[in-house]
Design a protein around this ligand. Structure first.
Ligand code: M6R
Length: 607
């Protein structure tokens, strides 16, 4: 999605802006631009395509010390030079960058045209620049404030003006902005990754807040001009975590980070002496949570798949009726939220619009809302009543990998936390958390055999249709495996509950069609073996994910990728790994841009 970087200070802004834009690339974009403010004018340079295209046309000698940079992911208007941000007003003295969507842009555009304004782009964002310019009477902050009172929609904006060259005005409504605090300088970004090279001291701007930012002063107010006191917080991520560290792609790095990421996620939360789980983020609402009559898990994409594993976990361990809802469906279908309903939003970024909207809807209807989120300080993390962070470190690759296993691990912890306070015996809890504590080492063991997954990808990478089958806890993993493959290698793939195959999809199976079947030891093993034979009978090639020691299965399938044995509810933490690797290698072999797949963005901040 779109990315924002801003700088005001004593250093030359341009290199800082370009570096920030590069660190925002992973979010997905189709054009980029910068605006540099000086007392003479605001110089805007922008270009469709990659940041390297922008660098070719930019004046590298620029010495201005105030500027804005933007990566755009097109929503209103084609991804071309003209629609790229920043947008300047007709006089060229004010420039705006904007994330989000202005919903009343048509009405505002018509109004401004009637007052003699000529627009150059098709974007809703140019409306902001023109409107602010119309209202400007020598005080940029006042003009932005007045303009925002006319606007409906979502925004994270930053504005500069030639008449106030050492000032950035920023404002937020539904689209994240953080302000980095340095010595005699401030940075502004939509994502911590863009500023981490310069400072880890940040202030999170809240919805409905504005900031007037100069090198030495940061003043935050509400849209109504009421001063807001803010604390400077420390970002816990390090610069190394957002760099490739010798890996070819962030996705591969993040797959291999999973043992350490899960170790981090579980640290201090599992008490093997007491046989219990400690979740500081839930302590204040534990009583209400334990009394929940119903839990709704909500999320999108990979997070939704993790939530589905959570549904199984909550029902089995805590015996609380649970359902999993897509954020986009929940918000619009007049959902039933009774007393005792708890809604848990699952999200890596904490900025996914549909998930936030679902959770807002639940909140308005009186539900206790919890977040299972990775990004500290994100919109979801700040908006929920309570929650549990993943602590798996930054995820840069568009394809979610370590966030998925982190989400499942956290949901397993919450399930046990609740289960132990309800029906779960100390022995059962001890067995569960002991198995959970072994998962990081077991993931490392799966990764030692990464080459087996690469060979499978190599053999079948030319096949354009794949099926993924699983049962029980591994059904969501089948969905996740199929999503991973399609999103980065552009191979059509479907995930199914294995038994559903014979209700239609079995008609798709042709000679040699790759069918990945998760056939680990467990209560449904015999059933899934039957499904394997149904596939084989019709000529499909079966790639089984099986439990170490299962030699028999090797005689029934074309390939086996082994994972260590664990409790059935924890299997997704292991079975997901070979599927991530297959998708990764298939994409690399097919020459796809693994970390920036076509049409996709890391964080989906539009409906
Ligand atoms: O940041 P979130 O977890 O809320 O993102 C939700 C989905 O957009 C995300 O999981 C998406 O499906 C992944 N990129 C898939 O790998």
């Amino acid at each position: 999605m779109c990315g924002i970087i801003g700088y005001v200070g004593h250093r030359t802004a341009l290199p800082i802006l370009i570096e920030g834009l590069r660190r925002l690339e992973y979010r997905g974009y189709d054009s980029a631009g910068v605006a540099l403010a000086s007392p003479n004018d605001v110089t805007v340079t922008k270009s469709a395509g990659r940041i390297s295209a922008l660098e070719q046309i930019i004046d590298v000698e620029s010495t201005q010390t105030t500027g804005l940079g933007h990566t755009r992911w097109a929503t209103h208007g084609a991804p071309n030079d003209v629609n790229a941000h920043p947008h300047a007003d007709s006089s060229g003295r004010i420039a705006v960058i904007h994330n989000g969507i202005i919903e009343n842009d048509r009405a505002l555009r018509t109004y401004l045209e009637q007052h003699g304004v000529t627009f150059t782009s098709d974007t809703d964002s140019e409306v902001l620049a023109q409107l602010i310019a119309q209202l400007y009477d020598g005080n940029l902050e006042k003009a932005v404030r007045q303009a925002l009172h006319e606007v409906s929609g979502t925004y994270g904006i930053a504005v500069v003006c030639a008449d106030e060259p050492g000032v950035i005005i920023a404002a937020r409504q539904g689209s994240p902005l953080i302000i980095g605090v340095g010595k005699d300088e401030h940075l502004l970004a939509s994502d911590a990754a863009a500023i981490l090279a310069h400072t880890s001291q940040v202030v999170y701007l809240g919805d409905g807040e504005m900031a007037r930012i100069t090198p030495n002063e940061l003043r935050i107010t509400t849209l109504e001009a009421v001063p807001v006191a803010k604390e400077v917080e420390e970002i816990e991520w390090s610069l190394e975590q957002i760099e490739l560290a010798g890996y070819d792609h962030f996705m591969l790095k993040e797959i291999f980070e999973q043992p350490a990421a899960l170790e981090n996620c579980l640290r201090g939360r599992i008490d093997l002496r007491e046989g219990t789980v400690h979740l500081g983020g839930l302590v204040d609402c534990a009583r209400e949570l334990v009394r929940a009559k119903r839990i709704i898990l909500t999320g999108c994409g990979t997070a939704w798949h993790a939530a589905l594993v959570g549904e199984y976990l909550f029902e089995e361990l805590a015996r609380i009726p649970t359902e999993t809802e897509y954020g986009s469906e929940f918000r619009y279908r007049n959902p039933i939220v009774n007393e005792g309903t708890v809604v848990i939003a699952v999200s890596q970024s904490g900025e996914t619009t549909d998930t936030i909207a679902a959770f807002n809807e639940a909140k308005q209807r009186g539900a206790l809302t919890l977040g299972v989120v990775n990004v500290v300080g994100s919109s979801l993390a700040r908006g929920t009543d309570a929650g549990v962070y993943l602590h798996v470190g930054p995820e840069i690759g568009v394809a979610s990998t370590k966030a998925f296993t982190g989400q499942v691990a956290v949901l397993a912890l919450i399930a046990c936390f609740l289960g132990r306070r309800k029906h779960m015996s100390p022995t059962a809890a001890m067995q569960f958390i002991t198995a959970l504590s072994q998962i990081p080492t077991q993931v490392a063991r799966v990764l030692e055999r990464a080459d087996d997954a690469r060979k499978v990808a190599e053999k079948y990478q030319q096949r354009e249709n794949w099926l993924y089958l699983g049962r029980g806890y591994n059904y969501p993993v089948a969905l996740e495996g199929a999503l991973k493959l399609k999103e980065i290698s552009y191979i059509h793939s479907e995930g199914l509950p294995a038994a559903e195959m014979k209700h239609g999809p079995i008609a798709l199976i042709t000679e040699g069609m790759p069918v990945v079947v998760i056939a680990t030891a467990g209560s449904q093993y015999e059933k899934i073996i039957n499904n394997i034979s149904e596939v084989r009978t019709r000529g499909g090639s079966v790639i089984a994910i099986a439990t170490e020691g299962d030699r028999e299965i090797a005689k029934m399938v074309d390939h086996v990728l082994y994972v260590p044995d664990t409790l059935e509810p924890l299997q997704p933490l292991l079975t997901a790994i070979p599927l991530q690797l297959i998708a990764y290698h298939a994409a690399v072999i097919r020459g796809c841009n693994v970390d920036k797949p076509r049409n996709l963005a890391k964080s989906v901040t539009v409906e």
